[in-house]
Ligand binder design. Structure first.
Ligand code: NAP
Length: 257
């Protein structure tokens, strides 16, 4: 977070899932600077989530860390109820939590590896979107909102070797973004997605980390991998009124990959 930037007037209540690290943490920090009261959701990295909250509050923003495994329906319900109590009903959601999952050829996948990927990358996004709609839609007393789903360039490219199932779990997100947009657009809820390209975060470690990034960089239009803050800037723009006519679409933020 830039030390010289004070948050502007409150922009709403935002939940960022998986905001303890990587892209989610960057989204939380950037959104706080834009004036959102931010729920920093985490699963296992409590200390890291508290560091994100501390960075936000040190610069005058408002944030709280709430632990919840968003692949579990009951935990999603608790995440949104705790948000209601702390900041009031959510008006913005960044569905970011995700895993790379098992790196395997398709014939070696099984029910366990598939469940892990689809529960965390796909079900979680749908469950959180549903909980958000129950607060944003006028059918439930809400006044609208914005949902940003973090997909992946893998949805378009098919994934790195051994990552076809990850790609499929993200391809489902792109379809869901469109379908949900059709369902709730007339209720004042905008739904959009981002397909990040290769971004320097921990998620790449099992695939080779720095070595992978070095190898792939020359194949990227801009000749480099992206940084989490570059996805965060796109997410904050999509959340904002400046993106008021973007709906049911997923944008590539992938450096030309
Ligand atoms: P990351 O650095 O590994 O961070 C993943 C985050 O997701 C962590 O905060 C983690 O929380 C959280 N998370 C995982 N499972 C969770 C669960 N069940 N409940 C709640 N939180 C959970 O990964 P990243 O690169 O920032 O990825 C963020 C999103 O961007 C993912 O959806 C990923 O698929 C997508 N993406 C990333 C890239 C890339 O190259 N980095 C490219 C395309 C798309 P804890 O640490 O607290 O457990």
């Amino acid at each position: 977070m830039a030390a010289d930037s004070a948050p502007v007037a409150p922009a709403g209540v935002l939940i960022v899932t998986g905001a303890s690290r990587g892209i989610g943490a960057a989204c939380a920090r950037a959104a706080a600077l834009a004036g959102y009261r931010v729920v920093v959701n985490y699963h296992r990295s409590r200390d890291a989530a508290l560091d994100v909250v501390a960075a936000i509050t040190q610069h005058g923003g408002q944030a709280v860390a709430i632990g919840a495994d968003v692949s579990r329906q009951a935990e999603v319900a608790r995440l949104f109820e705790e948000t209601d109590r702390h900041f009031g009903p959510v008006t913005a959601l960044v569905n970011n939590a995700g895993i790379g999952g098992a790196i395997l050829p398709v014939e070696e996948h099984n029910e366990t590896t598939l469940n892990e990927l689809f529960f965390t990358n796909t079900y979680a996004c749908i469950l959180c979107a549903g909980a958000a709609v129950r607060r944003m839609s006028p059918r439930f007393g809400g006044t609208g909102g914005v949902i940003v789903n973090i997909s992946s360039a893998a949805a378009r490219l098919g994934g790195l070797p051994g990552m076809a199932v990850y790609a499929a779990s993200k391809g489902a997100i792109d379809s869901f973004t469109l379908g949900l947009a059709n369902e709730v657009g007339k209720e004042g809820i905008r739904v959009v997605g981002i397909r990040p390209g290769m971004i320097a975060t921990d998620i790449l470690e099992p695939m080779g980390g720095a070595e992978l990034m070095e190898r792939v960089a020359p194949t990227i239009g801009l000749g480099r991998v992206g940084q989490p803050g570059e996805i965060a800037q796109a997410a904050v723009w999509l959340l904002s009124p400046a993106a008021s006519y973007l709906h049911g679409t997923t944008i590539d933020v992938s450096g030309g990959r």
